[in-house]
Design a protein around this ligand. Structure first.
Ligand code: PEP
Length: 247
């Protein structure tokens, strides 16, 4: 039985004062039935992890370098994230693929580093609107799955987030049938590659404009094991009803 996961991606948002949102979230969910993960910017990971040490909220990073250490100004290694109190890292988000030129090969290397450091890799993938309109969605997902997911993956250290690029931050959401088609496809491919044990154990999140008013509909779709939430994860009053919808 896969435990549901509500993951928040704060992106480049949040100052020290924002840590209060974590306290509010924990107050609203003192004994949650689902896993809660919040990924603040790197500057807040350590403080957030300390703040959540006794709260039912896990903390993650939003990226990591593929190498353990070295001359990589401005970068952060998986080991550093782990050392800061993170238990996971979002990898291959479309904003990084698009704005930082990250390829699926690079994402796979980062995920391998995350696994070596003992982090859960939350690997994102999704199609652009042009790719969907050209009926290429499943081919794009197949390629991203094949190249972005390392062989070090297990049911415990891998989470996949299906995030159609055209749905991120736009208020546009695929239909339940469209979400279901991709999630079923990902599940089948995982089972084929890793076997039924791992393939059925990996959690597959949906991401892209998840809000309190659409979460319930999205979470009814088979093979949706939770959500990766951007904008609506910044404030506890928005994230909390999404967590409730998953519970
Ligand atoms: C995201 O960036 O991962 C995301 C899903 O953003 P939003 O929820 O704001 O669409």
């Amino acid at each position: 039985m896969r435990r549901k996961l509500a993951a928040g991606n704060w992106k480049m948002n949040g100052l020290t004062a924002s840590l209060g949102e974590l306290q509010s979230l924990a107050s609203a969910h003192p004994d949650p039935l689902v896993d809660i993960l919040v990924c603040p910017p790197a500057t807040l990971v350590s403080a957030a992890a300390q703040c959540c040490a006794t709260l039912p909220i896990a903390i993650g990073g939003q990226d990591c370098h593929a190498e353990r250490a070295g001359a990589h100004t401005g970068d952060i290694s998986a080991e550093m994230l782990k050392d800061s109190g993170a238990c996971a890292a979002i990898l291959g988000h479309s904003e990084r693929r698009e704005h930082h030129g990250e390829t699926s090969d690079m994402v796979r290397a980062k995920a391998r580093a995350a696994h070596a450091a003992g982090l859960i890799a939350v690997i994102c993938m999704g199609e652009s609107l042009a790719q969907r309109d050209a009926a290429n969605t499943l081919d794009i997902i197949a390629a991203q799955l094949a190249l972005s997911i390392p062989d070090t993956s297990t049911a415990e250290n891998l989470v996949i987030a299906y995030e159609p690029i055209w749905a991120i931050g736009t208020g546009k959401v695929p239909t339940p049938a469209q979400i279901g088609e991709v999630h079923d496809f990902i599940r089948t491919r995982l089972e084929r590659r890793f076997g039924p044990g791992v393939g059925r154990g990996v959690r597959i999140l949906y991401g892209g404009s998840v809000k309190p008013d659409n979460a319930d509909t999205i979470f009814r779709v088979p093979n949706v094991d939770g959500a990766l939430v951007g904008g609506a994860s910044l404030r506890a009053e928005d994230f909390s009803p999404i967590i409730h919808a998953l519970s």
